[in-house]
Design a protein around this ligand. Structure first.
Ligand SMILES: [Zn+2]
Length: 84
């Protein structure tokens, strides 16, 4: 599963900032300096932070050009090949 960004709201002052969900360092509130997240080696542990929104990786380019390559199930496979 890809790591992503989360919008975290400070429980102390209400400031909202976007942080990396797998932060490897303490993330402090830009408003009051409270520790929002602390690293755990995996997904960061929330201290004074509260997740308000999960943000996908901000590397989308050219919105609207999304095409899904659906692989149609092929029917010319080996059907009824049960050897009995
Ligand atoms: Zn704060």
């Amino acid at each position: 599963m890809a790591s992503n960004f989360i919008k975290v709201k400070c429980k102390k002052c209400g400031n909202v900032q976007t942080v990396f969900s797998h932060a490897t360092r303490e993330v402090v509130c830009l408003g009051c300096g409270a520790v929002l997240l602390e690293p755990t080696g995996g997904k960061a542990h929330l201290v004074y932070g509260e997740i308000v929104e999960v943000v996908d990786e901000p590397k989308e380019k050219g919105a609207g050009a999304k095409e899904r390559n659906e692989e149609a199930s092929e029917e010319n496979g080996t059907r009824g090949a049960s050897s009995e």
